[in-house]
Design a protein around this ligand. Structure first.
Ligand code: PNS
Length: 155
């Protein structure tokens, strides 16, 4: 299974999705890439480092970055499904569009699966975490501890 996203930075909401998805498959690949419709705060290399710090305790999770279409990466990695998280109705339109577009591009029956975010993280987004952190606000508990340390170290 593949969980792809921009992870800019990875939040506890993402990590919850990763832990739950990893329980459902033998191998979960977590792929970091650019979201061309957002301007990134952290370069992909830093995002990958933070992702690796966050998932170090998970034996069946593999991480890497990729470029190009998610559909091409999913085909290359031979996955059967791509998982995405849904926090609330605000995510639905965007996710529906992407799922339909990807279904068109996949060709070989790869499915998009959705997991609902845990209520505890339904308000957490990378962009808000990033904004609050940049302005000196407290984001402890919203990102994994080692990730927060990393964010502070490269501030
Ligand atoms: O975590 P995000 O920012 O919501 O993830 C969005 C992401 C990275 C999965 C999406 O932007 C994406 O798939 N980018 C790769 C390029 C691509 O395939 N674009 C077409 C999507 S239908």
């Amino acid at each position: 299974m593949l969980y792809a996203g921009s992870f800019d930075p990875i939040t506890n909401g993402h990590l919850d999705l990763i832990e739950r998805s990893a329980r459902l498959c033998d191998l979960l690949i977590v792929g970091v890439t650019e979201n061309l419709s957002k301007s990134a705060r952290y370069p992909v290399a830093d995002r990958l480092r933070m992702l690796r710090l966050a998932v170090a305790h998970l034996a069946n999770v593999e991480t890497e970055s990729f470029t190009g279409l998610l559909a091409d990466y999913a085909k290359r990695r031979n996955v059967e499904a791509v998982v995405r998280g849904l926090r609330a109705t605000m995510d639905f339109e965007y996710e529906l569009q992407m799922a339909h577009m990807n279904a068109r591009l996949y060709e070989n029956g790869i499915e998009t699966l959705f997991l609902m975010s845990s209520p505890a993280y339904s308000f957490v987004s990378s962009s808000l975490v990033s904004e609050v952190f940049t302005l000196g606000g407290d984001v402890e508990g919203l990102v994994p501890g080692p990730v927060l340390e990393y964010m502070k170290s490269i501030r």
